[in-house]
Design a protein around this ligand. Structure first.
Ligand code: SAM
Length: 205
């Protein structure tokens, strides 16, 4: 099989088995963080890289509108079976070139996505563009560890992770990228030697 064919093979399995594979991590690491973040989303909300809709059940019923976009339509299709207090509008879209007017959203939810997007700085610039002035980005991401030893392990494992997990990088310095994009970090917390972060940041106006 050619290199492109191998990637297609693993991408296909990633899309079909995402919920099953992430299930154990969901229960131990992500569920409560999703509840904390999605529960703070308000107004017009963009769930960026929504995937199979794992954030949906945590969205508050007071949210005015929920748009869920993802690069991969087969992930979005699976999101249709999720419970959500607000009927989400689903659209296939690239985070690096969002099909929305500037200043459209009050909140952008980003869960486990900046690890995968090819050019995360471009995606952050797009997020800043579509947020209203003072709008919020609410993020749950796995990132490069604050432990040097673990970070080296992440560097070594990242090529394999990219192959089998839809292009996911284990070792991104995502918080640095958020700050470099001009966002003002209002809250942040980190767990597991700095590998799991929750960040709430205000859009550069
Ligand atoms: C690890 S999954 C996370 C899905 C979901 N947010 C969650 O928390 O379970 C990463 C998602 O990002 C999407 N993605 C990757 N690059 C993207 C891009 N440039 N634009 C939009 N979505 C993208 C993938 O298709 C995938 O659904």
């Amino acid at each position: 099989m050619a290199a492109g064919g191998v990637q297609v093979f693993f991408d296909d399995r990633f899309v079909r088995n995402y919920d099953r594979c992430i299930g154990p991590l969901e229960r131990t690491l992500f569920r409560e963080a999703r509840a904390r973040l999605a529960g703070r989303a308000g107004g017009k909300v963009l769930d960026l890289g929504a995937g199979t809709g794992a954030n949906f059940e945590w969205i508050s019923s007071s949210v005015r509108q929920l748009c869920a976009v993802d690069f991969e339509p087969r992930m979005l299709v699976q999101s249709r079976r999720r419970e959500c207090p607000v009927e989400p509008l689903l659209a296939a879209a690239d985070a690096e070139c969002l099909p929305f007017a500037s200043r459209t959203f009050d909140t952008v939810l980003v869960a486990l996505v900046l690890c995968t997007i090819k050019r995360p700085a471009d995606a952050l610039a797009e997020i800043a563009r579509v947020l209203v002035p003072g709008g919020r980005i609410l993020m749950l991401e796995h990132v490069r560890s604050s432990s040097r030893v673990l970070a080296i392990g992440q560097d070594l494992l990242t090529p394999l992770q990219r192959l089998v997990a839809g292009g996911c990088n284990l070792n991104r310095r995502t918080e640095d990228l958020v700050r470099a994009a001009g966002f003002r970090v209002e809250r942040r917390s980190a767990r597991l030697a700095g590998m799991i972060v929750e960040i709430e940041a205000i859009s550069p106006s």
